[in-house]
Design a protein around this ligand. Structure first.
Ligand SMILES: [Zn+2]
Length: 170
């Protein structure tokens, strides 16, 4: 399962929610009361008393922070899909790579919605990427402003890119 991004505009900042109401807000995600209790343990502030009530404003702040960290914490083999709002696996594990200034820019389609996703990897991760993905194409692009600093691709790496006209697989 990918990490969720929680929409914050469902939350009324002036409202005090109980745990069940928060679950109702994110019914679409099947948010479980246990998850909300975990948030409270992780620092989501509650008002004194029982049942525990949470200020909308506190919830917005807490989830906002969590969204931010979830966004950068996709698994190695996942990319963040802007449409699904979560990290997903590439469709058929197919990725197209661009080598640029020492980075590998990966392009793939979301497995769930086929939206195009991008992710940058370090050049050192290339071997690892090959074990996780089916690399369909590799493009070498050089930044015109830095023509002297060409990204030299290690010769030991065996790229199974197509030399033929299959550049536009996506
Ligand atoms: Zn998607």
């Amino acid at each position: 399962m990918g990490k969720r991004i929680y929409y914050l505009n469902y939350i009324k900042y002036w409202w005090a929610y109980d745990i069940d109401e928060i679950c109702q807000l994110y019914k679409k995600y099947n948010l479980h009361p246990q998850t909300v209790r975990q948030w409270i343990k992780n620092g989501l502030p509650t008002m004194k008393g029982k049942p525990a009530l949470i200020y909308g404003n506190d919830l917005i702040k807490f989830l906002g922070k969590m969204n931010k960290s979830n966004k950068c914490q996709t698994e190695f083999h996942q990319m963040f899909c802007m449409k699904c709002k979560e990290g997903t696996d590439p469709y058929r594990k197919q990725v197209q790579l661009e080598l640029k200034n020492g980075f590998v820019k990966a392009k793939a389609h979301c497995r769930n919605c086929k939206n195009i996703m991008y992710k940058s990897y370090k050049l050192d991760d290339f071997q690892k990427m090959k074990t996780h993905f089916h690399v369909v194409d590799v493009l070498e692009l050089y930044d015109c402003a830095h023509t002297t600093v060409k990204t030299h691709f290690p010769a030991s790496i065996n790229i199974h890119a197509n030399e033929s006209g299959q550049r536009e697989l996506f």
